[in-house]
Each structure stands twice: as structure tokens, then as C-alpha cells.
Design a binder for this molecule. Structure first.
Ligand SMILES: [Zn+2]
Length: 275
């Protein structure tokens, strides 16, 4: 018997750093996820990162469109995926710790952020890709970036702690877990092992308790069989515990439905109380 959807805590799996330079790793993750019947959100870096840029790799653009046709979602993941100069020293430091040099949107003002978002969207448009969402590298968005996002026409963006609906202003709280949440000051990952442990336990902590969960897959993890296996096992376990795998777009649609349902029953209750 199929349980109602409210009993199926969402599981959002995202493939990070999707670019021509990481095409092989992206294909490998997609094959794994297809084997599990999981549709992912693919976070595309269209600009000059590890070159070539998306506009110089039309065959990769076609590959992305095929993935979208198969049910995966394509979202914008910055322009150059590289930390930018400027901003307070403390902000640069936290950016380095949290995003390992990738915190492109962590120090930008609104005008700079808008330029980079628009460049990314234009490059995707040229590849005939119309994304609805933005995931800043390292999930780090400066106040200026948030301002720019409010006006750029996208449907949502995501931070470490949730999915922000840019139309309704609602933030849906969903924790995001990754193997590589941070980098030590010496440039070496200090928390990979704890990331591994978090991912391994996450289905028990989240799915089993009816809570939504996000798992982030990175291209470099494909080359670490231990990390790859831990992640795939966690996805499998979450599915066994009743998780429903969905893309960010589907998560937003479902959350909007749930909210509307809650509002309807609240207003029905107040009408009944007024009688
Ligand atoms: Zn990234």
C-alpha cells in the first residue's frame, strides 16, 4: 500500500559543479542516481571555471538538456565558482573555511552579484536552458546577493539551511549535508570524516523522523570510492525509510501545496469557531 505523500519526507539530491570540465564525473553520478530511480538537481557553473565555459562546449549543453528531459532539474550555480576580492576580512575568512575558495557570492554587493547572475543566466539561455533556481557556491550569499536575487526573476535560491521561495518569501527549512562542508586554514579538509559520519547517519536522523533532507554530491567524490559508496548507501537507506526523492522545483511545489492545505484547514477551523 502506498502511503500518502505527507508521510514521505522529501530527499533532495543535488549534483554540484556541473560543467564541461566535470562532464565525466557528472555522468558517473547520474548513472548511479538513475540506478536508484532518483531525479537530481544539477547545479551548473556556466562561466570560466576549470575551462572550457559552457558556451564553448555545445555538446555538453545538449547533454544537460537530455538530462532535463529525463526529469532532472538544472539550476544556476554561480558564474566562475571562485571567491572574489573585497568584503570584510572576517567575511573572507569564513568564506574560505565554508566554501574552500569557491564562495563567489559571499562578498559581492547587489550590483556585482546581479551582473554575475545575469551572465550565468545568459550563458544558460544560449544553451537553451531556463533554470528556476540559484544555488550559490558553498551555499554562501552576501546581503547584496540576496538583494539581487529578489529582483532577478528566478523562482528560488538555497542556503545551508533551507530553500528560499523568491515569490512568496517563504523559507522552507531543509538541512543540506555534504562530505566536504569545510576546509581547514591550511587548505586541507578537516571535516571530511565528520561529513562522512553525518551522511551515513542522516537517513536515521532525518528521514526516519519524517524530516526532509538534502544530500550534496561533488565531482571529486567520484574518485573517492569510500565517499561515493557512503553517499549512495545513505540515499538507498533514506528511500528504504520512505523518503521521496525530488528536485528543488518539486520540493517547492509540494511545500506550496502543504502550506495552502494548512491555510485552508486553519480558515475552516476559524469559520467553525465563529459559528
Ligand atoms: Zn560548487
Amino acid at each position: 500500500m502506498r502511503r500518502p505523500s505527507t508521510d514521505e519526507p522529501p530527499l533532495v539530491v543535488s549534483i554540484h559543479d556541473v560543467a564541461p570540465a566535470t562532464a565525466a564525473e557528472t555522468r558517473s553520478w547520474l548513472a548511479d542516481l538513475d540506478g536508484l530511480g532518483v531525479r537530481a538537481t544539477m547545479l551548473v557553473v556556466p562561466g570560466p571555471w576549470r575551462s572550457p565555459a559552457l558556451t564553448d562546449a555545445p555538446e555538453f549543453g545538449a547533454e544537460l538538456r537530455r538530462a532535463a528531459d529525463a526529469g532532472h532539474e538544472l539550476a544556476l550555480h554561480g558564474w566562475s565558482h571562485t571567491a572574489q576580492p573585497g568584503g570584510a576580512a572576517s567575511r573572507r575568512w569564513t568564506g574560505r573555511i565554508a566554501a574552500r575558495g569557491a564562495g563567489e557570492f559571499w562578498t559581492l554587493d547587489a550590483a556585482e552579484a546581479r551582473v554575475r547572475i545575469d551572465r550565468g543566466l545568459e550563458a544558460l539561455r544560449l544553451a537553451k536552458i531556463e533554470p528556476e533556481g540559484f544555488v550559490p557556491p558553498g551555499y554562501l550569499a552576501s546581503p547584496g546577493t540576496r538583494q539581487a536575487l529578489a529582483a532577478c526573476g528566478l523562482r528560488y535560491w538555497t542556503s545551508h539551511f533551507g530553500v528560499h521561495d523568491l515569490r512568496s518569501g517563504v523559507r522552507h527549512t531543509v538541512v543540506a549535508l555534504s562530505h566536504r562542508p569545510a576546509m581547514g586554514a591550511d587548505g586541507r579538509p578537516f571535516s571530511e570524516r565528520s561529513g562522512d559520519y553525518l551522511i551515513e547517519r542522516s537517513p536515521q536522523w532525518f528521514t526516519r523522523r519524517g524530516r526532509p533532507l538534502r544530500l550534496a554530491l561533488h565531482p571529486d567524490d567520484v574518485h573517492r570510492p569510500g565517499l561515493r559508496d557512503t553517499t549512495l548507501r545513505a540515499i538507498e537507506r533514506a528511500l528504504t525509510f520512505g523518503a521521496r526523492a525530488m528536485t528543488y522545483r518539486e520540493l517547492l511545489a509540494r511545500s506550496a501545496e502543504t502550506l495552502a492545505g494548512e491555510r485552508r484547514s486553519a480558515s475552516a477551523r476559524s469559520t467553525a469557531a465563529a459559528r
